[in-house]
Write a protein that binds this ligand. Structure first.
Ligand code: SF4
Ligand code: SF4
Length: 379
């Protein structure tokens, strides 16, 4: 495996240790395929109601309210639900302390969780929790590890028992001291769970690289912290998880924060009374400054896939000609050929590209190799 890098942190960019809740949006916007639109009449929906499938995922309503229309944003469609603030849900009688009989109820319930392919566990021996936060300044996993520690451990243990797995491994980065401390407090109760501390290399949390680094075989199945928590919410709390964490930070704002947000909220509405933007000109990056996915504020709708938003002072680097140093190739952890791809404007071995952004980060000529990467789409 290639040597990965440790990304130095910029002291101007901070992450707050405070969580701000944004749980009462005026409207929520849920992704929808155009062919499903006609089936969605202007009807009332309850919180947790299954509405339709999108990209093979079940889409539930995160609020109770009324369907009021469809929003078209750059040829992507979103169902608009207006909040009635009644929080009327489908889970009458269930509460978060529901007692589950592991032998009977749980085994049935877990297999009913639709947003995971449980067949992957048929021949598995080990479950691996990927608790690694790769992008600098994102703290979402750390918050989940610290606030929901026993829930995450309980869920891992239950999955291992149900599928008769031999071991459970929790992977954390060495600099994530809060998560390490949080899990260590409980581990005496779970002798089948081990913690593996990994170096602060980027992007070691990528599943391909994590497998490679730990030399995991196909009998190890990797779950993200978020997925385990989502399964917990569904199976134990009997509730659809309708919130997500979003880190909002960057050197163009005064008060970085981690938000617990209703899925489907508009970012503009989330930050309106909570974030002070101090720069007139800024760039907005979604999910990290390494990956550098540029977006416009008014276009951002919070989904489970939006983990962070960076407001960064506009910087003008003097882009220079390629000096053919080859650093972009040297640094690529997936052995792609960003150099030749940039020079020739053709793909050279770019199929494995995971859009980590290391090639752009390392380039002494400030060439944004994103031109090539953007064509590949997110992986
Ligand atoms: S080519 Fe892709 S995988 Fe390789 S360094 Fe660049 S962004 Fe990362
Ligand atoms: S790192 Fe930049 S300057 Fe060096 S070869 Fe790659 S594109 Fe050219």
């Amino acid at each position: 495996m290639k040597k990965l890098l440790t990304i130095a942190k910029d002291s101007q960019i901070k992450v707050s240790s405070q969580i701000t809740e944004f749980l009462e949006p005026e409207n929520v916007y849920l992704p929808i395929n155009i062919e499903n639109i006609n089936n969605m009449h202007k009807k009332n929906v309850k919180k947790g109601e299954l509405l339709y499938q999108f990209d093979d995922l079940n889409i539930y309503s995160p609020i109770s309210g009324k369907i009021v229309g469809v929003l078209n944003k750059k040829q992507k469609y979103f169902l608009v639900i207006k909040n009635d603030y009644h929080e009327e849900d489908l889970y009458k009688g269930a509460n978060e302390f529901t007692t589950v009989n592991i032998k009977t109820d749980f085994e049935e319930k877990i297999k009913c969780y639709a947003n995971f392919n449980w067949q992957l566990l048929d021949n598995a021996k080990e479950i691996v929790l990927n608790g690694i936060e790769d992008e600098p300044y994102i703290a979402n996993k750390t918050f989940l590890h610290c606030y929901e520690t026993s829930e995450i451990l309980q869920m891992l243990d239950m999955i291992a028992r149900t599928f008769k797995l031999e071991s459970i491994l929790i992977c954390l980065k060495e600099n994530d001291r809060e998560s390490i401390e949080a899990f260590n407090k409980f581990l005496g109760t779970y002798p089948n769970i081990l913690i593996k501390i990994l170096p602060d290399y980027y992007p070691i949390g990528n599943e391909i690289l994590l497998r490679d680094y730990l030399k995991l075989s196909s009998t190890s199945v990797i779950f993200s912290t978020e997925k385990i928590y989502d399964i917990y919410s569904n199976v134990i709390r009997e509730r659809v998880n309708d919130t997500t964490f979003v880190t909002i930070t960057g050197d163009a704002i005064n008060n970085p924060q981690v938000f617990k947000v209703k899925i489907g909220s508009l970012l503009q509405e989330v930050i309106k009374d909570n974030i002070k933007i101090k720069e007139k000109k800024y760039d907005l990056f979604v999910n990290g400054i390494m990956k550098r996915t540029v977006a416009q504020l008014e276009d951002i709708i919070i989904t489970e896939n939006i983990r962070a938003v960076y407001f960064m002072k506009k910087r003008s680097y003097l882009k220079q000609d390629c000096v053919h140093c080859g650093k972009c190739n040297e640094v690529c952890p997936l052995n792609c050929n960003p150099y030749l791809s940039y020079i020739t404007k053709k793909d050279f071995n770019m199929d494995n590209c995971i859009r980590c952004g290391l090639c752009t980060f390392i380039c002494p000529s400030y060439i944004e190799i994103d031109d090539i990467l953007n064509k590949k789409g997110d992986k």
